[in-house]
Design a protein around this ligand. Structure first.
Ligand SMILES: Nc1ncnc2c1ncn2[C@@H]1O[C@H](COP(=O)(O)OP(=O)(O)OP(=O)(O)O)[C@@H](O)[C@H]1O
Length: 254
């Protein structure tokens, strides 16, 4: 099954070229370039402070790069027509108002996006939040339930592009398997999925392509090619890249 969207015809749905970003005297991103393809899940890997969240914020138009260009669904970040309904974002599941119920939070998000109320029940079912769980105050939800709610908000608009920052946080093994299937299905439907995660073993099971970031792009390509660099082990390939890059990172702070 493949969804038809004009921006998906052939080209990349996200293209970054030469993106750099500095905070004071700290160079957070340096000359970052890569592309994301429709129908693929791309894993964004990198150690703490590598610049992953900064990059996601730039993609969403929440931060401005100092240099470089970004195209997201055929436009500059944050400017694609109807972008709020074409991009689903899971970045933080702790920011919800604690006294709000799960269902009410989704109803408000649906109204804000101009979506029909029926969409709320559809996504609640999709993320496995039904019955009593939908009437629970968010403050009384488990971390895993909040993560499912955050994903439900991301899925509400039936987006072409899904940006997921640490989507597996707080999920139990069953939740992790469920998330993997959901992401796989999203890609099979022709969506573009970018997933930042520290969980290498899970990334290895979920993604088609990989970007390894540590201020600069250390690798961009298929999972298969990266694993081959580690002689069959993603972990070895990852640490080979990341540990090999450490001196250059320190040099940059001078
Ligand atoms: N608004 C800001 N002001 C100053 N420094 C910032 C700001 N945002 C990020 N940084 C710095 O930029 C670097 C990259 O941060 P970022 O949060 O993008 O990394 P990350 O890869 O997402 O890390 P983590 O895996 O820990 O979430 C870090 O050194 C961080 O302290």
């Amino acid at each position: 099954m493949s969804r038809e969207h004009p921006d998906r015809a052939g080209g990349a749905s996200v293209a970054l070229s030469g993106i750099s970003k500095r905070f004071g005297d700290h160079q957070a991103l340096q000359d970052v370039s890569f592309e994301l393809r429709p129908g693929k899940v791309t894993g964004l890997l990198g150690p703490n402070g590598a610049g992953k969240s900064t990059l996601l914020r730039i993609l969403l138009g929440l931060a401005r790069p100092d240099a470089g260009t970004a195209h997201v669904l055929g436009a500059a970040p944050g400017t694609a027509p109807r972008s709020a309904r074409r991009i689903g974002v899971l970045m933080d599941s702790v920011g919800f108002p604690p006294r709000m119920t799960v269902r009410r939070q989704l109803q408000i998000s649906a109204v804000a996006l101009g979506l029909p109320a029926s969409r709320v029940d559809e996504v609640l079912a999709q993320v496995g939040l039904e019955g009593d769980a939908t009437r629970r105050r968010i403050g009384a939800c488990s971390t895993g339930m909040r993560q499912r709610l955050a994903l439900a908000v991301a899925l509400l608009p039936d987006p072409e592009l899904l940006i997921l920052d640490e989507p597996l946080n707080g999920l139990d093994p069953d939740g992790i398997r469920w998330m993997r299937r959901l992401v796989e299905r999203a890609a099979a439907e022709g969506r573009t999925v970018l997933m930042a995660s520290h969980m290498l073993s899970e990334v290895e099971q979920s993604v088609d392509d990989i970007v390894v970031l540590r201020r600069s792009v250390l690798f961009t390509g298929t999972l298969q090619d990266l694993v081959r660099q580690g002689h069959g082990r993603l972990e070895d390939a990852y640490f080979g890249l990341v540990e090999g890059s450490a001196p250059r990172l320190e040099d940059s702070r001078a």
